[in-house]
Design a binder for this molecule. Structure first.
Ligand code: PHE
Length: 341
């Protein structure tokens, strides 16, 4: 019995409550009518007379210690509760939940694309949205009469025909070539502006990611391999790509890249208009003229470039049918992209 009393004494001394309710619960357990002390008292009645004196003293000590400790703790807990109330209101009341926003689908897809290319050694480059003719067109081998310079595509700043809103982020690639010698491996995400009627498939503001890779001995096969890797990472392992001949003033040869339609698996459906293929970007080998215009020796270096619209990639990836949704900030649309990332 001595052991039992000592063990209880130890528990009383070591008891650390968090709240006043903890103290009360402990009090009932130890000192209450059906508590552990009462049980010890009952047991005490049955011990032989010669042990009564010693055990009696021990039980009394337990009772005083427990009563004192519980009283002290009770006071302490009340003080804490009072402090909390006076300092910041009632800390024990439930809080107001904050609703978190979510990352915009365009940012999510942009981050994902940047991540894929960073695994291939590309770094992100940035540049201004308000540009000059040289960086958007001139240094990219656009002939002076090229239709892309036409008022219909480009937003010019009134009275300053040389200043315009960039129509593609290729301007960042020009700026990179200006201050960096090959090898160059950059990815250029950013907002671009074109004077287009707003519809389900076009907007006057949208986002692009373009890439540029220049080094000795860079080939068309290198480009195809990189873009194939990109397509599989973004659209899934089973994705195939194909290239169709195309034209851009700054690349030669140029191509449009299609990915196999991941909705119908290439069989043909309304999204791919029955072709089994979806167009995702333009690409090509950097025209030697562009290298020359930017101070890079085309005899020594070659390279490839590519460019895609982020809205388009996001539409295909998430099955979004109307591009305008990305600009409307309707939380019912945006909340669908709440998960992970
Ligand atoms: N700059 C082109 C566009 O905006 C895309 C592109 C980039 C094509 C690089 C080929 C090479 O449409």
């Amino acid at each position: 019995m001595t052991d039992k009393i000592n063990e209880l004494l130890k528990r009383v001394e070591e008891f650390q409550p968090q709240t006043a309710a903890d103290v009360e619960e402990f009090r009932i357990k130890i000192l209450g009518k059906k508590g552990e002390l009462t049980a010890l008292m009952d047991e005490f009645k049955t011990v032989p007379a010669e042990q009564k004196r010693e055990l009696g003293q021990l039980i009394n000590r337990l009772k005083t210690t427990a009563t004192e400790r519980i009283n002290t703790l009770r006071e302490q807990m009340q003080d804490v509760a009072a402090d909390q109330k006076s300092a910041t209101g009632d800390m024990t009341r439930p809080g107001t939940a904050e609703t978190l926003g979510s990352r915009h689908p365009i940012s999510r897809v942009k981050n994902e694309i940047v991540e894929v290319f960073s695994r291939l050694g590309y770094t992100v480059a940035d540049g201004p949205e308000i540009e000059d003719d040289h960086h958007v067109f001139g240094a990219l081998n656009f002939p002076p009469e090229h239709p892309a310079r036409d008022m219909q595509d480009t937003f010019f700043i009134e009275k300053h025909p040389d200043i315009l809103l960039r129509t593609h982020t290729s301007s960042i690639q020009v700026r990179t070539m200006e201050h960096q010698k090959p090898p160059i491996r950059v990815i250029c995400p950013g907002r671009v502006f074109r004077n287009e009627a707003i519809s389900y498939r076009a907007h006057c503001i949208f986002h692009q990611i373009e890439g540029l890779y220049i080094d000795e001995g860079v080939s068309f096969a290198d480009m195809k391999q990189s873009l194939q890797y990109f397509a599989k990472e973004i659209f899934g392992e089973d994705t195939a790509i194909r290239m169709r001949p195309s034209y851009f003033p700054f690349t030669e040869p140029s191509a449009e890249v299609d990915v196999s339609c991941n909705l119908c698996g290439g069989k043909g459906c309304p999204v791919c208009k029955g072709t089994g293929w979806l167009e995702i970007m333009g690409c090509g080998m950097v025209d030697p003229n562009v290298l020359r215009l930017n101070g890079i020796d085309p005899k020594k270096y070659s390279g490839f470039a590519f460019g895609m619209g982020i809205e388009r990639i996001a539409m295909l990836k998430y099955g979004v049918k109307d591009l305008r949704l990305y600009f409307e900030n309707d939380v019912r649309f945006l909340h669908q992209f709440d998960t992970d990332l």
